[in-house]
Design a protein around this ligand. Structure first.
Ligand SMILES: Cc1cc2nc3c(=O)[nH]c(=O)nc-3n(C[C@H](O)[C@H](O)[C@H](O)COP(=O)(O)OP(=O)(O)OC[C@H]3O[C@@H](n4cnc5c(N)ncnc54)[C@H](O)[C@@H]3O)c2cc1C
Length: 476
């Protein structure tokens, strides 16, 4: 590999590096096309990998990616991290692993101006605001947890969206076990040992399944003082059934299994209020509990919903069949932050990693067509080949090509599929090792406490990026 240290990128061929230095650092070529990808999740990383292959040796194309964390997160395995089965870093891959000749900015996207073709970003480590220009822009910023404006629910819930969320849930569950083991008060013990998850979709069901397994096994093996009768696991769904994304038969099997392993399922009910030690339902029931995990819905970040373009009622960006934003032919949106209508159902495609990855192929193709000026645009149309969810101890549900599989075989298929989907060989080995260890040993109940974080406010990290002021008013 041949590096340009100034840009912090590398090229496979020496000749390409020489061309890059000539075009970018000596006499800036007017034909340079700047591609800016916002978001380093399933959608963003898949596009990055695809276009890097195409433009590896084309110095007229500059590729940049912005993400708030310096890693890609494999979200379907978050419940396994929250229940201590997998180590957090094993489902996180540093974004620079994928970058090679693309620039990476670890920063929060703060504003987006489609008219001016300008994005401002706030650098994560020192809070500096910078401006990035682009010729082609890709929105892949995902979604955020939606509390529907309920501040109490937001304040007293854990969410299950980020790696910090999963670590937080695991540590809290261990703390609750420690607390419950030290009280002789049966009511308090019950409150400490009641775990409520709101949300009957994949995230909620997989989370209650994983936590149920973890807490019951830990209590049985390590906490003899905890009365096992006092452990309550509750799943609340606002829908009439859980897992509305999958076929009814399989969803009913999931309900049967969860009930068998003592998870109480409350359907057609909403959580409307909460405090530190209870959650209140809209049927008037008040559940005393010290753990509330919210997987009750997603929406988009204001940085997306406030962009001046067409949005759906939830704030997602509306795109056409080529995944382009209306009126801005150089701007694409995909994944959880985009509203893409499925022609066969008339409804938006569901926000899943599976869809984000298929959409990324369409965007990559259409971007290449736009830049190369040849080839044909491809429209997005996808019908899911199947679904799978892990719902407890060595148990999963799989629906593939119209066939339903449950139990240990489904669990094996689930694991194999997700292992293949992990983006690097190293992480596959690590996850497989975690799973193997879990078959033979008890879960680790070490609870790592608060972690000190140092911010650098006095150190000035100089770089090539202009500030917004320099970009807009170069003569001042
Ligand atoms: C617990 C859980 C389990 C799931 N299980 C499954 C499953 O089994 N199967 C399935 O298909 N899907 C599953 N999903 C859904 C799946 O994770 C999402 O649909 C998928 O991640 C969407 O991809 P994306 O690229 O649009 O968004 P993401 O993967 O969320 O990526 C968005 C990226 O943008 C970054 N970002 C956001 N805002 C900013 C900002 N302002 N500035 C900078 N960076 C920003 C984020 O940090 C993130 O890296 C699950 C989700 C969760 C939470």
């Amino acid at each position: 590999m041949h590096r340009c240290n100034k840009c912090d990128i590398e090229f496979r061929k020496k000749k390409t590096l020489e061309q890059h230095i000539q075009y970018i650092h000596k006499s800036v070529s007017p034909s340079i096309k700047k591609i800016l990808i916002l978001g380093g999740g399933f959608a963003g990383i898949n596009i990055l990998q695809d276009i890097l292959k195409e433009f590896q040796n084309n110095v007229n194309v500059e590729i940049s990616l912005v993400n708030q964390d310096n890693f890609f997160l494999f979200t379907p395995m978050l419940p396994e991290v929250a229940s201590g089965m997998i180590h957090p870093s094993d489902i996180s891959v540093p974004i620079r692993t994928f970058c090679k000749r693309a620039k990476f900015y670890q920063a929060v996207v703060s504003t987006i101006d489609l008219e001016q073709r300008l994005v401002t970003i706030t650098r994560t480590f020192d809070g500096k605001v910078h401006a990035l220009e682009y010729d082609y822009l890709i929105f892949a910023l995902g979604s955020k947890t939606n509390f529907f404006g309920n501040k109490n629910l937001e304040k007293h819930s854990f969410t299950i969206k980020t790696i910090e969320d999963a670590i937080g849930i695991r540590n809290h569950a261990i703390n609750m076990l420690e607390n419950a083991a030290q009280t002789g008060d049966p009511d308090l013990q019950q409150k400490l040992m009641t775990f409520t998850v709101v949300g009957g979709g994949f995230a909620g069901v997989e989370t209650i399944g994983a936590i149920n397994h973890f807490v019951r096994d830990a209590a049985a093996s390590t906490y003899p003082n905890i009365n096992k009768e006092k452990i309550n696991m509750i799943l609340i769904s606002s829908e009439k059934r859980i897992l509305p994304e999958i076929n009814k038969k399989l969803a009913l099997s999931a309900m049967r299994y969860l009930k068998k392993v003592s998870v109480k399922i409350i359907t057609a009910t909403k959580a409307i209020d909460a405090d530190e030690d209870y959650v209140l339902l809209d049927n008037g029931e008040k559940i005393p509990c010290t753990t509330l995990i919210w997987a009750g819905g997603v929406s988009v970040d204001p940085v997306i919903s406030e962009i001046k373009c067409e949005h759906d009622s939830s704030g997602k960006i509306k795109v056409d069949k080529y995944l382009k934003v209306a009126c801005f032919t150089n701007v694409f949106a995909l994944g959880d932050c985009a509203s893409i209508i499925d022609k066969t159902t008339g409804k938006p495609y569901p926000p899943t990693a599976q869809h984000a990855m298929h959409q990324s192929k369409v965007v990559s193709n259409n971007l290449k067509v736009a830049i190369n000026g040849k080839g044909s645009l491809v429209s997005f149309s996808y019908s899911s080949k199947g679904w799978m969810a892990s719902i407890g101890k060595r148990t999963a549900l799989v629906s593939i090509f119209g066939k339903n599989v449950e139990g240990i075989l489904a669990w094996f298929i689930w694991r194999t599929y997700y292992l293949i989907q992990m983006p690097t060989f190293e992480k596959r080995v690590k996850v497989a090792t975690d799973w193997l260890v879990d078959l033979f040993f008890k879960r680790d109940l070490t609870c790592v406490g608060k972690i000190k974080k140092k911010t650098l406010s006095k150190i000035d990290v100089k770089d090539e990026m202009p500030t917004l002021k320099e970009l807009l008013f170069p003569d001042l």
